[in-house]
Design a protein around this ligand. Structure first.
Ligand code: GLN
Length: 198
C-alpha cells in the first residue's frame, strides 16, 4: 500500500493527541514550519512521516492507546523505522520496562531503557535546569515535571544529554526520548534535531 505521506514531498509530523501536552508540541513544530497532524484514531496515521508522543499521564495514555486501537498500528510503524520522539510520559510509553507503572500499563519497547515513573523526590518533583546537549553550542533549558528517571540503558542507546549522573535525552535508531519537556522551553533546537531525522 502506498501511504499518503509517500505521495507528497511535505513531511507531516503526527502528534499523539489522546491526552497531555500535545498542543505545545504542535506550537513548537509550527514555529519551525512543520505541518502537524493530531493522532486520535488509526486512520490519522495514514498521512504522517514521524510521530511525537507528548508528556502527560502515561497510565491514561496507555489505556487510551488500547481503547482507540492505536497501540498495534503505532508499534508496527515504529518497527518499520518511522522516527518517533517521546517526551516525559511519551518516553515512558516507548521504554522497554516501566517501574512503578500500573499493572496493566503497556509500553512499545521501542528503546532499550527501563524507566521509573515519578522518580524524583517530592520537593524536586518539578524543576528546571540547564543541560548540555551533544552537538549544541549553548546549554538547553530543560523543564522536568514529575519526570521519569532512566534507571537502565542498554548498550545500543546513544546518550545525548545528562543531568549530573542521569541520562535525560537519548536515542536508539529511529527512537528519540527526553525525560524533560523541550516543548515548554521556547527553544526549538531539539524539535529541529528530531525533524532532521525525517
Ligand atoms: N508522571 C507522569 C507519568 O508517569 C509523566 C509526567 C509528565 O509527562 N510530565 O505518566
Amino acid at each position: 500500500m502506498v501511504r499518503v505521506s509517500q505521495i507528497g514531498s511535505t513531511k507531516i509530523v503526527g502528534v499523539l493527541a489522546l491526552q497531555g501536552a500535545f498542543n505545545s508540541h504542535e506550537r513548537a513544530l509550527g514555529e519551525i514550519d512543520v505541518t502537524t497532524q493530531e493522532i486520535r484514531t488509526p486512520q490519522d496515521l495514514a498521512s504522517i512521516d514521524a510521530l511525537v508522543m507528548p508528556g502527560g499521564e502515561s497510565t491514561t495514555m496507555s489505556q487510551l492507546l488500547e481503547s482507540s486501537e492505536l497501540f498495534e498500528p503505532i508499534k508496527k510503524l515504529i518497527q518499520e523505522g518511522m522516527p518517533v520522539f517521546g517526551t516525559c510520559a511519551g518516553m515512558i510509553l516507548l521504554a522497554t520496562k516501566i517501574i512503578d507503572g500500573r499493572d496493566d500499563q503497556v509500553s512499545f519497547g521501542a528503546i532499550d531503557i527501563d524507566v521509573q515513573r515519578n522518580a524524583y523526590g517530592r520537593q524536586i518533583d518539578s524543576f528546571e535546569t540547564e543541560i548540555e546537549v551533544e552537538s549544541f553550542d549553548e546549554p538547553f533549558h530543560a523543564v522536568f515535571i514529575r519526570a521519569p528517571r532512566i534507571v537502565r540503558a542498554g548498550r545500543d542507546v546513544e546518550v545525548l544529554a545528562t543531568n549530573g549522573p542521569e541520562i535525560v535525552f537519548a536515542k536508539q535508531k529511529n527512537v528519540l526520548v527526553a525525560s524533560f519537556h523541550p516543548e515548554l522551553s521556547f527553544d526549538n533546537r531539539i524539535h529541529k534535531m528530531f525533524v532532521k531525522e525525517i
